[in-house]
Ligand binder design. Structure first.
Ligand code: A3P
Length: 356
């Protein structure tokens, strides 16, 4: 338990009130149960791990497949303590999460752009999911573990190192996650701002296939066609693509949610930055916005990645950064299959993607 020192009786009363209020807040009960996935079923999974978490659970309802390490942290994510000045950047994996998180940070810190070259991206935006994707072990002895030991004395790795580091991080925090919105704190939109990043499923699928192929300790022993079919059936990590998108899309008129499309960012980034800065309540000059466009361009982010990799991969996290790589990967038959799937799933949602 953290100790507070009080300067005045008024202050003491104030903290007592806060502590009482916090402890009186009811814990949200997880809206899903987590089922273990039998080994036989996992044998058909198109992604193999040679190290790290190898067992999986799935939410019921929802069918969201997650590493088994998620199971004991799920309640913590669902009860994540948020602050009014937090910005949560949520997205299905490979939708442009890192790009948008970097943009959000620069919009909040337009006078500190030159510091981007000096610190890794994770100092500006925390991927909370690391706690179950790649949980840190005591024997890892990484710089991040050292930071945890010094910043969170008494903290326990099994309670989520990233979650605990985020809890003591200064405001304003940028918190990234790939969890669908219904697995995050149900009060989130009433507390803080959320930016949801959407990208067309064709390119998400290609980007994910290529990303997993570059990951150390991971192999994808299937052809792209089979992988794309698994993606469409919703049986990969983080579950069905459309459910993920719809969880956010249904809140698109909420004043605290802003949906940004990767394709719109590619087409007219300045315009999207203006929308984002107004959503974040910031007023930036055109010069500042133009500098941000430059600092967060694919080329500049890729160059920074060479110094401080976002992920330690056999290749660059900043792979192509384009719309339409799908065309280079999919056969006409697969494209027709994907086309039918998109038409069926997007019918009546009002969601359309741009491919040019
Ligand atoms: P590709 O694999 O198609 O190149 P996420 O951050 O959600 O994992 O998404 C990663 C994808 O976003 C990758 O797509 C990456 O190249 C792309 N990306 C990252 N920064 C970008 C930028 N500044 N401009 C365009 N695309 C970017």
């Amino acid at each position: 338990m953290q100790k507070f020192t009080y300067n005045t009786p008024v202050c003491a009363a104030y903290f007592t009130l806060i502590l009482q209020t916090a402890s009186a807040m009811p814990e949200h009960q997880l809206p899903v149960i987590l089922e273990e996935i039998p080994e036989k079923e996992m044998a058909r999974y198109p992604v193999r791990r040679t190290k790290g978490v190898k067992t999986f659970v799935r939410t019921k309802p929802g069918g969201v497949l997650m590493p088994a390490t998620y199971a004991h942290l799920a309640k913590r994510f669902y009860n994540l303590e948020l602050r009014s000045d937090d910005v949560v950047v949520a997205a299905y994996p490979k939708s442009g999460t890192v790009w948008v998180a970097e943009v959000v940070w620069t919009l909040l810190n337009p006078h500190a752009l030159d510091t981007l070259e000096a610190k890794p991206h994770h100092h500006r935006a925390t991927l909370l999911d690391m706690d179950f994707l790649h949980p840190t072990r005591a024997e890892d002895n990484s710089p991040l573990l050292q930071r945890f030991l010094s910043e969170c004395p008494g903290g326990r790795l099994e309670d989520g190192m990233t979650l605990q580091l985020a809890a003591v991080a200064p405001s304003p925090r940028i918190l990234k996650t790939h969890l669908p919105i219904n697995l995050l704190n149900p009060d989130m939109l009433n507390i803080c701002k959320v930016v949801y990043v959407a990208r067309n499923p064709r390119d998400v699928c290609v980007s994910l296939y290529r990303f997993l192929g570059m990951m150390k300790g991971v192999t994808v022993p299937v052809e792209f066609q089979d992988f794309a079919e698994s993606f469409m059936s919703g049986s990969l990590h983080y579950g069905p693509y459309w459910d993920h998108l719809e969880q956010a899309w249904r809140h698109r008129d909420h004043p605290n949610l802003h949906v940004v499309f990767y394709e719109d960012m590619k087409k007219d980034v300045l315009q999207e930055l203006k929308k984002l800065s107004s959503f974040l309540g910031r007023s930036l000059t055109d010069d500042q916005l133009r500098s941000i466009v430059e600092y967060t361009s694919f080329g500049r982010m890729k160059a920074r990645d060479a110094k401080f990799p976002v992920v330690d991969l056999n290749g660059s996290f900043f792979r192509k950064g384009e719309i339409g790589d799908w065309k280079n990967m999919a056969s006409p038959q697969l494209d027709a299959l994907m086309d039918g799937w998109i038409k069926e799933k997007s019918r009546g949602t009002g969601i359309t993607f741009k491919y040019e």
